[in-house]
Structures are given as C-alpha cells and as structure tokens.
Write a protein of this length. Structure first.
Length: 235
C-alpha cells in the first residue's frame, strides 16, 4: 500500500496528505507513481493529452509505461498536479523480488487490469464493472430496474455501487443516499466518480467508511480514500 506524502497547494499553500496512485504493471507487479514529498506541485490551468500522462519505469521488470498523471482538488478551488520522479531502473536498489523468484510472483499475481476508454455514461459503468471483476468480485451486474431510476448502477456479491459519470463533483447527498441503500441491503457501498467529489462528500464518506474511487477518461479507477485502498488490499 502506498504511503501518503505531504503536498502543498501552490495557490494557497495549504498542506494535503496525498496518496500516490498505484497501477498494475503488465508483469503483475504493483507500480506506485513516485511522488516526492519535497517537490513543488503545479496548478493545472488546462489539460492536454500530453500533460495528462507521465512515463514511469517499473522497478520490478524495467518496463517503461505511460500512466495517468496524478492530481488532486484543493479546497481553494485549484487543481494541482504533484510532480512524478523517475522510478528506479530494473534490478536497481529497492526493486521488489518475491521469495520464490520473479517467475513465481507472476504466477500468483493478479493479471494486469485492462481499462476501457470512457466516452459515454455507459462506458463509465462498464469501466467500473470491469474493475470490480478485476478485483475479484463475482457476478457484477446491472440492477433490475430501468436506468436513471435510482442511485445504484451496479450490484455484486455484498456490494452496491454508484457510478457518477457527470462533469460535476459527486455531492454529499449522493454519498449519503448510496450509504443508506447499502444499509438496507446489508452490503458495502462503493462509489466511482469521473469528476471527483466535493470536500464535504469526501469527509462524509470517511465518516461512513464508504470507499471512493475516481476515474479518468482512460477508464482506470484510483482509490481516493483509505476505505477504498483497504477494499483493494483485501482482494
């Protein structure tokens, strides 16, 4: 599990605990984007395809890949990108090696996640469903109700899932409604959002111990709070 690092907003100077995202390398090893706690982040004025990706080399197999550049929303309204430093080369100091050798690690590791690009609302639900199946949840399905009639977009064994594909941050009301549905169904509520969450919604989710994930347009979900990281770690 990646440890959070302190990052200061370049606009207001407020310090935030930021947990660098972890992605699955094709070799099966988890690759955590190396964010330095002493580096100076930069505000995002506008996004382009180029500044939305960063090249990082896996410390386990040495393969260099393109990964979504991490960012977070400050309460002052600024969108901030923490700088990512180059990872250690393959075989360098700190490269993870399983006790039974790298080949054994590949046999037991989860296969790499294959995201689906998000262009429509249906794509967002498909990306979340594919990610939950990748985590190991069985029978991930749409609920037996017409689309748009409720806050539940997916069901799985012991899960009720909300997928918010809108361009506005998910609100406290959305989080609380999802949590209440989970209480009724005696299940765990999980929320995926394309535009992130309001500060109040994130705080409420932490109070309810509700896992929050944020997705980018590549369809790669990222755990946004400790509950989400715990859900990923348990699987």
């Amino acid at each position: 599990m990646a440890k959070s690092v302190p990052v200061h907003c370049p606009t207001c100077g407020r310090e935030h605990p930021f947990t660098p995202p972890t992605y699955p390398c094709a070799c099966g090893a988890p690759l955590t984007l190396p964010v330095s706690p002493g580096a100076v982040p930069r505000p995002v004025a506008h996004r382009t395809w180029r500044n939305g990706w960063v090249a990082v080399r896996c410390g386990g197999c040495g393969r260099q890949g393109q990964w979504p550049r991490p960012e977070f929303d400050c309460s002052c309204g600024a969108v901030v990108q923490p700088p990512v430093e180059p990872a250690a080369p393959a075989g360098g100091a700190g490269a993870p090696v399983a006790p039974e050798g790298r080949a054994g690690a590949r046999r037991t590791a989860r296969p790499d996640f294959r995201p689906v690009a998000i262009r429509t609302e249906r794509d967002a639900v498909t990306a979340a469903r594919r990610y939950l199946r990748w985590l190991g949840f069985a029978q991930v399905r749409r609920p037996d109700r017409p689309a748009g009639t409720g806050v539940i977009d997916l069901l799985a064994d012991g899960l009720v899932v909300r997928v918010d594909p809108t361009t506005l941050p998910t609100t406290t009301r959305d989080v609380e409604c999802l949590w209440l549905h989970a209480l009724v169904d005696d299940a765990t509520a999980v929320c995926f959002s394309l535009a992130g969450y309001t500060t109040e919604a994130r705080s409420r989710a932490d109070d309810c111990r509700l896992p929050l994930f944020v997705m980018d347009l590549t369809g790669a979900p990222r755990a946004l709070n400790a509950c989400a990281e715990e859900l990923v770690r348990r699987r």
